[in-house]
Design a protein around this ligand. Structure first.
Ligand code: DON
Length: 708
């Protein structure tokens, strides 16, 4: 052959198949493009990572109705350079800032193992006691008055807990029927399934204590999107069609997201708003749609929804009473037309949501937790058997908490402490750390086997010990103690899967369900924000607040409705997560930040996916830290998941038949899983000032990373 093949450099081929987006300044990666744009616009206006994260989250409440929300809750973990402004803004009480070397960072962490654990808490603090029957005593339980902030590198980190809480009227046996079985319908589709929403309080607390811009500026993009409307794209149309039976039974959701068959039409050109389409205002609250006579496939008559979808009150009473006449197109009891979801290209306008957002921008928390929005929510609850009352709304507080911190291969990892999923994430990383997974390689049967066994142990402990630390009689044991992790790790057989039954108790069927949403932001000064928020299932319980334009969560299903019976994610949880008034349900959400060994900020990640969140985040980190994947490849790499019960190893597409066969021989029961998670992630390049990278997870169609 004449001449030699050009070197890689000459033809400039990339080393990896996936490439992140680069920005000279900051970056926003979220599950929906307009929301990412909203956050990036806030960065361009001089906002920091917190301003941008809050702007993106409010925008997602408009553009991603199945998961973005005002009626749900979530967690935020952030790091900002320099000194914290929070004390000067009255956010910390008397508490100062604590470093990695203080009481909340046991020596074990500094020695290299993943570590500590109990969130310092500004508003809740309880004395820790030695755990009974636990693997080892917790080294640093809650410290009264301790700061939620943690000094790290040239800045500080803090987390915001805005998880929903159980209303005062909730009881441990809320969802149990007379025969002791859990009533899945009431646990997930009734108004009793709604916990007190935390999103507005959390986003406002974060912005007030750590943002740089005025709240009005930060919320302006979301208000604009709700008011002017967004063109429905194919993924949203498909999602609404899938949720049609759920949304159709609620008059307010119906008016917001569905249309009578025969009203409106399919624009002929792509997903963008069709320029030629005629648009016009429908009944107020229904938005504005392009009109054509075509009917849609997948439609349903509202009066003919499948049995089992109708919301029921505790007493079995049902009401479709419309509380805010403006939000519904038809009087209760009127003949229901056949319904269809919005089509691609139609405009989803949400004027009622816009006015709720405007009220929040003007009045702060009071605009949501008191006044007309709160009144409408409580009226809905009273009329349809829900438990939330004004006192619950007035008592709700988002909290600043200390991120849970550990180390993995020299990197500092910060995540969300219980009720968030960060403790289980760190336990999993701690179990895995000494394994030579670099040699066994990503995706090999040997690696997947070890990961599975470690995941099962971590989920057993999660389900046995964890709940909301603010309402536990005694703190959980130190599940991250190095000696305990060593003991667990030694119990892993490299040649054989250990059946779930030999690790813990009862069996279970399992059901898939989605939606939560994660966004990550990097600003040009290295500030990082990882924010995960959820309604629990897609569209929560499907019920929207009349006159206020937002959907309600069904987060009460994340509590243990009855020990030994699975929740919507197949999790078999324990008494530590039983329903108690004021308690927040245990969550898998684990917004996570990673720092380089020199403590400079590195990456922000997190994911939706219910019980698969923790394992998704762990695999993004392993890909990036162990197997040399760049951020884009790390996010795109095929994922696996195991959670003890059901005793199955779930594999996405992308693992070889050989690997599957080997795993089968090790005793694993394999399950072909749909795509797991959506780990929209960002990375800050070193040295500081070289810009940032962003990756939108390719598993969802609307994700987008946008540079500042
Ligand atoms: O907090 C939790 O763990 C669940 N409510 C999260 C639900 C979820 O991620 C659904 N999305 N894909």
């Amino acid at each position: 052959m004449a001449g030699s093949a050009p070197s890689l450099n000459e033809i400039q081929e990339a080393g990896q198949r996936f490439q992140p987006l680069w920005s000279a300044r900051g970056m926003v990666a979220s599950q929906e493009g307009r929301a990412s744009e909203a956050g990036a616009a806030i960065l361009r206006r001089g906002g920091n990572a917190v301003d941008a994260a809050v702007a993106t989250a409010f925008a997602l409440a408009v553009t991603l109705p199945q998961a973005g929300n005002l009626g749900g809750g979530g967690f935020l973990v952030l790091w900002l350079p320099g000194a914290s402004p929070a004390a000067g803004r009255g956010c910390l009480g008397n508490a100062g800032s604590g470093g990695l070397g203080d009481g909340s960072w046991p020596a074990a962490a500094a020695a290299g193992a993943s570590a500590p654990l109990h969130a310092a808490h500004v508003t809740h603090a309880s004395k820790g006691e030695a755990p009974a029957g636990a693997p080892s005593a917790a080294p640093a339980p809650f410290r009264i008055g301790a700061s939620p902030e943690l000094t790290l590198g040239q800045g500080f980190a803090v987390a915001v807990n805005f998880r929903e809480s159980a209303p005062a009227a909730a009881r441990a046996d809320l969802f149990r029927r007379a025969d002791g079985r859990v009533d899945r319908q009431r646990a997930t589709r009734s108004l009793e399934s709604t916990a007190v929403p935390g999103s507005v309080a959390g986003l406002l607390l974060a912005q007030r204590c750590y943002g740089r811009l005025p709240l009005q500026a930060v919320m302006a993009p979301a208000i604009g999107l709700a008011e002017q409307g967004v063109p429905v794209d194919r993924e949203l149309a498909d999602s609404l069609t899938a949720a049609l039976p759920l949304l159709a039974v609620d008059p307010t959701s119906r008016a917001l997201f569905l249309r009578p068959v025969g009203q409106g039409g399919r624009p002929s050109k792509g997903l963008a708003a069709s320029p030629g389409a005629r648009t016009g205002a429908n009944t107020e609250g229904m938005g504005t749609v392009a009109r054509s006579p075509q009917a849609a496939p997948g439609s349903i008559a509202a009066s003919q929804h499948p049995k089992g979808w109708a919301p029921q009150s505790a007493g079995g009473a049902r009401s479709t009473a419309q509380l805010a006449p403006a939000a519904t197109p038809s009087a209760p009891g009127a003949a229901s037309p056949a319904l269809r979801a919005l089509h691609p290209g139609e405009i989803l306008r949400q004027p009622l949501l816009a006015s709720t957002l405007r009220r929040v921008a003007r009045d702060g928390e009071a605009g949501f937790y008191r006044g007309p929005v709160a009144d409408a929510l409580v009226r809905l609850m009273r009329q349809r058997g829900g438990l939330i009352r004004q006192a619950d709304l007035s008592a709700y507080r988002a909290e600043l908490v200390r991120p849970i911190a550990g180390r993995f291969r020299g990197h500092v990892v910060l995540s969300m402490p219980p009720p968030g999923g960060g403790l289980t994430l760190l336990q999993l990383l701690g179990l895995i750390e000494p394994f030579d997974l670099q040699t066994s390689g990503a995706g090999s049967a040997a690696t997947l086997h070890r990961l599975t066994e470690a995941m099962n142990l971590a989920y057993r402990d999660r389900n046995t010990w964890l709940g909301d630390p603010a309402s536990m009689a005694s703190p959980p044991p130190d599940l991250l103690a190095p000696a305990y992790l060593d003991q667990l790790r030694r119990s892993i057989d490299p040649a054989r899967h250990r059946p779930a039954a030999s690790l813990s108790v009862p069996p279970p069927p399992r059901r898939e369900s989605v939606n939560t949403t994660h966004l990550s932001v990097a600003d040009s000064s290295g500030g990082l924000a990882a924010l995960t928020t959820t309604l629990n299932f897609a569209y929560g319980n499907g019920v929207s607040v009349p006159g206020a334009g937002f959907l309600l969560n069904n987060e009460m299903d994340d509590f243990t409705a009855a020990p030994g019976q699975p929740n919507g994610f197949g999790l078999l949880q324990g008494e530590a997560n039983a329903i108690i008034p004021g308690r927040r349900p245990l969550s898998s959400m684990a917004p996570t930040l990673v720092f380089r060994p020199d403590h400079t900020p590195w990456l922000a990640t997190g994911s939706p996916g219910g019980s698969r969140i923790i394992t998704t985040v762990a695999q993004v980190l392993l890909q990036r830290m162990l197997w040399g994947a760049n951020l884009a490849t790390a996010v795109a790499a095929p994922r696996m998941h195991s959670q003890l019960w059901p005793d199955r190893l779930a594999l996405e597409e992308g693992f070889s038949p050989d690997t599957r066969a080997l795993l089968g021989r090790l005793g694993h029961s394999l399950q072909n899983a749909p795509a797991m998670g959506a780990a929209n992630s960002v990375e800050v390049l070193a040295p500081q000032g070289s810009g940032s990278l962003g990756v939108a997870d390719p598993r969802r169609g609307r994700t987008l990373a946008v540079g500042e």
